[in-house]
Ligand binder design. Structure first.
Ligand code: SF4
Ligand code: SF4
Length: 368
């Protein structure tokens, strides 16, 4: 178990987009990734300096994302360096021909803590249609088998929205067959190419929360929900009864207990209320620092200012960590300290990162 992190001092995890280059063309891609690498990507030495700062800040986990991180030949060097200085390192390769058994072996050899693969459709056709490259599903299944064979802890990432809402049960069944340690379920934030897609309605969120909560009690892997902090409100309501602190809930609820955290996986989750800029920080391929990859506001660049100073001192980060600045229902909500709504979704749908999350059905007392 990791020591709790003071979110005013450091994020629980930093996601670093090591490149924006990618051979896929997914319909929801926040990065609007293209095949070519950017000439100004952070170099190996700049990346090591960034990892040094992340350790100094007190952050325990770094995820190397993309684009496709496998486009960088020095990916293993970055992972090895992070491990050497005490970080837990994960990465999210894209399912393209670059993802080979040899490459998974080399990730294993530098003791990668966790490898995440994306799976968004319950059939090859649905997945490939979403990722817009034929054979992506098959490659994902192949790579999952290599991870199992080579002993690399495997995570599956799934994006949920209106288009695959009805497939949730089939997706969950498929995911359970893959021998994973961690299922990260992302709720669509309509940004980048994803702004063309329809996310879940508030009622669909509640329904999926119930199913995810039930699943988390039935399986041995971690079920983590991303870009839906009101899942924490949902779980809290389940634990305390449906009428929490006098508030009303519009949609149906499901019975349940604790969110499933305990298992022997390589990474871990925190019970603290992580949100954009609050326990979380994103560094893009050219070093720009954002509160989240789904909240495309640039606060500074690691080439100009240490990530430590940006995270602790940037007015945007400080605002995002202050729940008393939240507006609308989120500002009046007794769950705002631990939930606060998706700041990225509020920004994507309203242009104001402090606005209420429009995809929460909860009505706090006094806001009617
Ligand atoms: S794999 Fe990731 S980076 Fe590549 S196109 Fe898909 S969403 Fe974008
Ligand atoms: S109203 Fe806002 S803070 Fe309250 S539970 Fe919903 S999203 Fe969270």
């Amino acid at each position: 178990m990791l020591t709790p992190v003071d979110f005013d001092e450091a994020p629980f995890l930093v996601i670093w987009e090591v490149t924006r280059s990618c051979g896929l063309a997914c319909r929801h891609c926040r990065a609007e990734a293209i095949d070519l690498r950017h000439p100004d990507e952070l170099t190996l030495d700049e990346g090591k300096a960034l990892l040094d700062d992340i350790v100094r800040m007190g952050t325990p986990i770094v995820v190397l994302t993309g684009g496709d991180p496998l486009q960088r030949e020095d990916l293993e060097l970055l992972i090895a360096y992070g491990k050497q200085i005490g970080l837990r390192m994960a990465t999210i390769p894209a399912a393209t021909p670059r993802l080979t058994r040899d490459r998974v072996t080399s990730l294993r050899d530098v003791e990668l803590n966790q490898m995440a693969l994306s799976l968004d459709g319950c059939t090859a056709q649905k997945h490939d249609d979403f990722r817009r490259v034929e054979g992506s599903f098959e490659k994902t299944m192949e790579a999952a088998a290599w991870a199992r064979e080579l002993g690399v802890p495997l995570q599956i990432n799934t994006v949920l929205g209106e288009w695959n809402y009805d497939d949730f049960d089939a997706l969950a069944e498929l995911v359970q067959s893959l021998g994973i340690v961690f299922w990260e379920v992302f709720f669509l934030v309509p940004t980048g190419r994803g702004s063309e897609l329809q996310g879940c309605s508030a009622e669909q969120f509640e329904n999926l929360f119930g199913r995810l909560h039930q699943l988390s009690q039935d399986v041995s892997f971690v079920v983590k929900v991303t870009e839906a902090p009101h899942y924490r409100r949902f779980v809290s309501q389940q634990q305390n009864g449906d009428e929490t602190a006098g508030g009303k809930k519009q949609s149906s609820t499901h019975p349940g207990g604790h969110h499933g955290h305990g298992h022997g996986g390589a990474l871990t989750v925190t019970r603290q209320g992580v949100n954009a800029g609050k326990g979380f920080c994103f560094v893009d391929h050219v070093g720009e620092v954002h509160p989240s990859g789904f909240l495309p506001i640039i606060t500074d660049n690691v080439r100009a200012t240490s990530i430590i100073d940006t995270y602790r001192q940037s007015p945007i980060f400080k605002e995002l960590r202050n729940p008393d600045l939240l507006k609308g229902r989120c500002g009046q909500c007794e769950f705002r300290m631990n939930c606060g709504g998706s700041r990225a979704r509020a920004f994507a749908l309203t242009g104001d990162y402090l606005a209420e999350d429009p995809c929460c059905s909860y009505i706090p007392e006094g806001s009617l």
